[in-house]
Design a protein around this ligand. Structure first.
Ligand code: ARG
Length: 420
């Protein structure tokens, strides 16, 4: 098997590695089948040394000692395990919250936010360990290859990239055969193809199997994070989220660092079946793909933030910002985290979010989370002015007819022109 799979010799992009120049490779290693096969295959085919990097972005249930042990056993010079949860929360999730970031109306971008950080760390560790090349396990069909390679090519023009899974086109069966032949331990043996999973602190995605059949309703076993709504508690639960300058800082009155707050929010939402998204997505590489997302923390924090932001912003800001939010989400989805426009947009997001301080209460019940209370010292709201029974102050009801006459002027003129 190994001898049949050739190293690619033609290169399309300037950042792709020339096989003769590949001496030491930084491999983004998860411990799964693809990257374990890669680890062996790179050593055998390129005659290169491999240094592994495994990034902890808060994906649940990983044993990093086991992953590191596996890498070393498969011949890695070293396997660095980096806990990047704090940086991920502060530098990637927090800006996403400020931008109310959802792509395609439902995807909170957890994978899209994680990839530029993983690739940035790959660059750092490649440089530190004297690597000339970075290897990742993305296929040629997804967005992740774009996010990782765009990051490497942007931050480190001197480093090259190889993407063996994309070029060798081994199927799962062939990978398993290769693994057997080379003494690579396989979890779960040769059972039916598993879902393709990616997860971190901000959410979890599943692809593949029946998910590719758009007409197939979700099977229960895909939900590994979130309780199915029909099995959620019969009693609703209320959660109060406090924000300061757009950042969530407390849950039910308890101040928590962002990572812990996200974990706590995820736990409560998951228990109540909140955060399931069954999503058809326009990928940047042209395809439409269906994903099943479980994003419990995002399902509370994003709506709460958005509600508070709307309360403290004017009608004009509220008309304008969603346009920029959408642009922000698209850039990040599309792998252009390092694009200056994202920084420009962040400056605007930060500026608006200076006012986003206050509390939002949500009621969770069997798959739904609904805002039920709001408070903010910065609310552009005056209960007396809004009241049906009060009049006076800044608002003059007597001024309303004059306003309506001018406000509707052009519409009335046009109506007459077109209808008479
Ligand atoms: N469709 C999502 C995205 O493009 C999730 C991708 C998950 N990645 C994966 N390798 N399974 O961001």
């Amino acid at each position: 098997m190994s001898s049949e799979i050739e190293i690619p010799t033609t290169r399309t992009a300037s950042y792709e590695a020339d096989p003769a120049q590949v001496h030491r490779v930084l491999l983004l290693y998860s411990g799964g089948l693809d990257t374990s096969v890669m680890l062996k295959w790179i050593q055998d085919s390129y005659g290169a040394e491999v240094v592994c990097l495994t990034v902890n972005l808060g994906q649940p249930g990983e044993d990093y000692e086991v992953i590191k042990g596996k890498a070393l056993k498969l011949g890695a010079l070293d396997c660095h395990v980096v806990d990047a949860r704090e940086e991920f929360a502060r530098e990637f999730i927090a800006p996403a919250i400020k931008a109310n970031a959802l792509y395609g109306g439902g995807y909170p971008l957890f994978t899209a936010l994680g990839r530029p950080l993983i690739a940035k760390l790959a660059v750092e560790y490649a440089r530190r360990s004297g690597c000339d090349t970075i290897a990742h396990g993305c296929t040629g069909k997804g967005n992740d290859q774009v996010r990782i390679e765009a990051t490497v090519a942007t931050l480190a023009p001197e480093l090259k990239v190889i993407a063996p899974v994309r070029s060798w086109q081994m199927g799962r069966e062939e990978e398993i055969a290769y693994a057997r032949e080379h003494g690579i331990p396989i979890k779960g043996g040769s059972e039916a193809t598993p879902y393709s999973i990616d997860d971190n602190l901000w959410g979890r995605s599943s692809e593949g199997r029946w998910i590719e059949d758009l007409d197939h309703a979700p099977e229960d076993d895909v939900f590994q994070l979130i309780t199915r709504p029909e099995e959620a508690p019969d009693e609703p639960e209320t959660v109060v989220l406090s924000f300061e300058r757009g950042i969530p800082v407390a849950l039910n009155g308890e101040r928590l660092p962002l990572v812990e707050l996200i974990e706590a929010a995820a736990e409560i939402a998951a228990r109540h079946g909140v955060g399931i998204v069954d999503h058809i997505e326009d990928r940047i590489v042209g395809l439409k793909v269906r994903d099943i997302y479980e994003a419990p923390a995002a399902a509370l924090l994003l709506p709460a933030h958005q509600e508070l932001e709307r309360l403290v912003c004017t009608i004009h800001q509220n008309q304008f910002k969603p346009e920029l939010d959408r642009q922000w989400a698209y850039l990040v989805y599309a792998g252009l985290w390092w694009e200056p426009l994202r920084g420009d947009l962040d400056a605007y997001m930060d500026r608006v979010n200076e006012q986003v301080t206050g509390k939002i209460g949500l009621k969770l019940y069997k798959g739904h989370a609904r805002v039920i209370t709001r408070s903010s010292p910065n609310a552009v709201y005056d209960a007396a002015l809004a009241s049906f029974s009060e009049s006076g102050g800044l608002f003059s009801q007597a001024a309303s007819p004059g306003f309506i006459e001018l406000w509707s002027l052009q519409s009335r003129m046009a109506w007459r022109l077109h209808n008479e």
